[in-house]
Design a protein around this ligand. Structure first.
Ligand code: N2P
Length: 397
C-alpha cells in the first residue's frame, strides 16, 4: 500500500512539474449549480432536514443538502455537527482519518467526495502545491474576524487563501503517574532501548501511528530538527525506532486516549496534547485532585502544530463548505470544540467560553519557555519519499 502511495506521489509531483512548465488547467473549479443542488438534491440523496414550521433553512441560504466532512479521529463533539444539521438543514456526512499522510493518500487515490478536510500546517502547503485545495471566499467566512491573528496568514497558506485555523497543540509524552516517580522529561524514555524495555515491562508503550510525528520525535531525541532532510540523520532516526520496536506495544493515534491510556493498557505514550489532557482529566480523583496521567514536553523539544479547515478542489459545494467552516469559527462553537477535545483554540473570541480548567492549563496553552522548545513541521518537498520509505521499513520490520 505504501509503495503505491509512493508511486502516486511521484506521478503527482511529475504532473505538477509538467503543469508548471506547460500551464496545464487549473484545479477543477466548483460546479456553478450549487444552489440548484440545494433545491434539488441528487437522486437518492438525503433531503435537508426541514424545520417544523416548514420554513427550510437550506434553500433560503442556498446551501447544499449534504456536506461531506473528513476530519481527524475524535476531533469534534458530534453534537456540534448535529446542531449544524438542525440549524441549517445540511446533512453532514462525517468520516475520520488517522494522519495527514492517510488523508493525502485518500485524496490522491482519487476520492473526490470530500468537501471539507482538516490537514495540518505542512500538509496544507503540500496540498496547495498538488492542487488539492480550493481557494476560499472570505466573504462567506466573516467569523475569521474571531481568530487570534497569530494563527492567520501562516507561511504555509499566505493570506489564508485556502484554509482557516481549526485547533492547535503540541506532541509530547503522556505518562502514568502511578508508574513514574519522576516525570519522563526526555524522549529517551521511549527511544533508549534500556528505558523502553523497562517501561514495556512496567505496562507498555504506545506511539503515534504517524510518520512525521514518530520520525520527528526520534530526530529530536538525536538532537536534530524534526524537519531534517538529511538522509543520514533520517536513517539514524529510523534505526532508533527500529531498535525499540520490540518494546512498542501499539502504534495508535486514533483512540489511544480512551482505549490505552485511561484504562491503563500502557504506562507511557507519545501523545497529542488534547488526548493526553483528556487522560489527565478523566482519571483525576475528585477528592485528592490527583490524576493517574500527566502530559509533558520532553526537554529535547517537540512538535507544535496547527490543523486547518480547508475545502477540497473537487468539492461541488464550496459555498456550503465555507458556510460550515464559518460555523466552526463562531465564538461559542469554537469554545465547544475545545471544551470537548481539549486542544487549544486559535479563536480569540471563543476564549470567554472556554473552561478555565483548559484555558489556564500550561499543558494545553504552553508558557513562553515551553513554546521556545517547540518546532513547527514544514513541508519537505521530495524528502517525503524518504520518509515514506523509512516509515514502510519501520512498520514492516
Ligand atoms: C485528535 C487529533 C489531533 C490532531 N485525536 C493532531 N494534528
Amino acid at each position: 500500500m505504501k509503495k503505491q502511495l509512493w508511486i502516486v506521489n511521484l506521478i503527482l509531483l511529475l504532473a505538477l512539474g509538467l503543469s508548471a512548465c506547460g500551464g496545464a488547467a487549473a484545479p477543477e473549479q466548483q460546479a456553478p449549480a450549487e444552489s440548484q443542488q440545494a433545491a434539488a438534491p441528487a437522486e437518492g440523496g438525503d433531503q435537508p432536514a426541514q424545520a417544523e414550521s416548514g420554513d427550510a433553512a437550506a434553500p433560503k441560504e442556498g446551501l447544499a443538502a449534504e456536506l461531506s466532512v473528513y476530519n481527524w479521529a475524535d476531533y469534534i463533539d458530534e453534537e456540534i455537527l448535529k446542531n449544524y444539521e438542525k440549524e441549517h438543514g445540511v446533512k453532514i456526512v462525517y468520516d475520520t482519518f488517522a494522519s495527514n499522510e492517510d488523508l493525502l493518500a485518500k485524496l490522491q487515490a482519487g476520492a473526490t467526495g470530500y468537501d471539507v478536510i482538516f490537514p495540518s500546517d505542512y500538509m496544507v502547503a503540500q496540498m496547495i502545491e498538488l492542487g488539492l485545495l480550493a481557494e476560499i471566499d472570505h466573504n462567506n467566512i466573516p467569523n475569521l474576524k474571531n481568530m487570534d491573528p497569530f494563527f492567520l496568514n501562516a507561511p504555509y497558506d499566505p493570506d489564508n487563501k485556502h484554509c482557516v485555523p481549526y485547533q492547535w497543540g503540541t506532541t509530547g509524552i503522556a505518562y502514568s503517574t502511578k508508574t513514574f516517580d519522576t516525570p519522563p522529561d526526555s524522549w529517551s524514555y521511549l527511544f533508549d532501548p534500556e528505558q523502553a524495555k523497562k517501561w514495556a515491562e512496567a505496562g507498555g508503550i504506545n506511539v503515534l501511528n504517524d510518520q512525521r510525528e514518530l520520525l520527528g520525535a526520534a530526530l529530536k531525541y538525536l538532537g536534530y530538527s524534526l524537519n531534517s532532510k538529511d538522509e543520514k540523520q533520517l536513517e539514524e532516526a529510523k534505526n532508533v525506532i527500529v531498535a525499540v520496536k520490540p518494546y512498542i506495544k501499539t502504534f495508535n493515534s486514533e483512540d489511544y486516549d480512551d482505549s490505552l491510556l485511561i484504562p491503563g493498557e500502557v504506562v507511557i505514550s507519545q501523545a497529542w496534547s488534547g488526548d493526553g489532557f483528556k487522560a489527565v482529566l478523566e482519571t483525576t480523583d475528585e477528592a485528592t485532585g490527583e490524576s493517574e496521567w500527566d502530559y509533558i514536553i520532553p526537554k529535547e523539544g517537540a512538535m507544535v502544530w496547527q490543523d486547518n479547515g480547508c475545502v477540497t478542489a473537487t468539492s461541488q459545494k464550496k459555498a456550503t463548505a465555507e458556510h460550515f467552516l464559518n460555523y466552526l469559527l463562531d465564538a461559542e462553537v469554537g469554545a465547544a470544540i475545545t471544551n470537548y477535545t481539549y486542544y487549544a483554540s486559535p479563536n480569540e473570541a471563543a476564549k470567554q467560553y472556554i473552561t478555565k480548567e483548559v484555558l489556564e492549563d500550561p499543558r494545553i496553552y504552553p508558557p513562553e519557555e515551553t513554546l521556545a522548545k517547540l518546532e513547527w513541521a514544514e513541508q519537505l518537498g521530495e524528502t517525503i519519499f524518504v520518509y515514506d520509505r523509512l516509515w514502510t521499513e519501520i512498520k514492516s520490520q
